[in-house]
Design a protein around this ligand. Structure first.
Ligand code: GLN
Length: 280
């Protein structure tokens, strides 16, 4: 069996199991199987596969057909300007979250040295993307998951920013170290009762801890805002990712903790997704 035929077979299996990007997914999983990139695959369609490779490929196809996201199967996801190592222990970086990076860079354009805190760093995609763009910025990341901290560390090494990063295993409530010019966070913000309606790929495979925002979806956001108001410097910027229906409630929470709202921004699906504020 050659690469071309195997991809076709794999893609057919995925299509029959209602996976939407079946062809693309099969190509990516083939690239992972033979440890080459997608370009190689396209240029070498006629290359034969050995038994072991075929077995590995069909195992990946089986995993994908059960809903396991491609990013977890290949252990990587592209975000902003870099590729991030990811496992099932971290949320998969999403394009919507690039709004946080975009605003962080925009609102600190004229700043030289800056201390940044990322609350719930996960894979590190937000903070590390910023550190990579701004060589004089320093980052601190906290997370309750030790596994996430290890993944962030690995990504920081890959992106060559680890000398400017400190990581702490801590709950947001218990963290009291330092004062920051910029705080960023993509906390869990889905209402517990709505989790079951998320796509299967998300609800069955991504860490619940990174999604579950409690009864009203705001339990973690509330904690993050409260703690940020203590840890942020006067005039410091606070940039938060929020759920599509949380804008007004979050604005009120921010105002009650002494933040001025600079702007809110919608994502590509036209949902409110990002709030930029300043501690006054
Ligand atoms: N945007 C993610 C989703 O809807 C949720 C991320 C989060 O809770 N922080 O899948």
């Amino acid at each position: 069996m050659n690469i071309y035929l195997a991809i076709n077979e794999g893609s057919k299996v995925l299509r029959n199991r209602c996976i939407s990007n079946s062809q693309l997914d099969a190509e990516i999983l083939m690239a992972k199987t033979i440890n080459k990139n997608k370009k190689y695959i396209l240029l070498n369609y006629n290359n034969p596969l050995n038994k072991n490779q075929l077995k590995n490929f069909y195992e990946l196809i089986e995993q994908r057909s059960l809903g396991n996201p491609v990013a977890y199967l290949v252990n990587k996801k592209y975000f902003w300007n870099s590729e991030f190592f990811v496992t099932g222990d971290t949320l998969i970086p999403r394009p919507d979250t690039e709004l946080v990076v975009e605003n962080a860079l925009k609102f600190t354009k004229h700043r030289n040295k800056l201390d940044i805190l990322d609350i719930g760093i996960g894979s590190g995609c937000i903070l590390l993307s910023i550190l990579k763009e701004r060589k004089n910025f320093f980052g601190t990341g906290i997370d309750i998951s030790k596994k996430c901290l290890n993944i962030s560390k690995k990504n920081a090494n890959n992106l060559k920013v680890s000398s400017r990063l400190k990581l702490y295993k801590s709950d947001v409530d218990k963290f009291n170290l330092g004062k920051y010019d910029l705080i960023i966070s993509n906390p869990p913000y889905i209402k517990t009762c709505k989790l079951k309606y998320l796509e299967r790929d998300v609800v069955d495979f991504e860490p619940r801890m990174a999604l579950d925002g409690g009864l009203d979806g705001l339990s973690e956001i509330r904690k993050v805002i409260k703690k940020s108001s203590e840890l942020i410097k006067k005039n410091g910027k606070f940039i938060l990712e929020i759920g599509f229906d949380q804008k007004n409630k979050v604005i009120n929470l921010l105002k009650s903790e002494g933040f001025y709202i600079n702007k809110t921004q919608k994502d590509l699906a036209y949902n409110d997704r990002c709030i930029v504020s300043t501690k006054i």
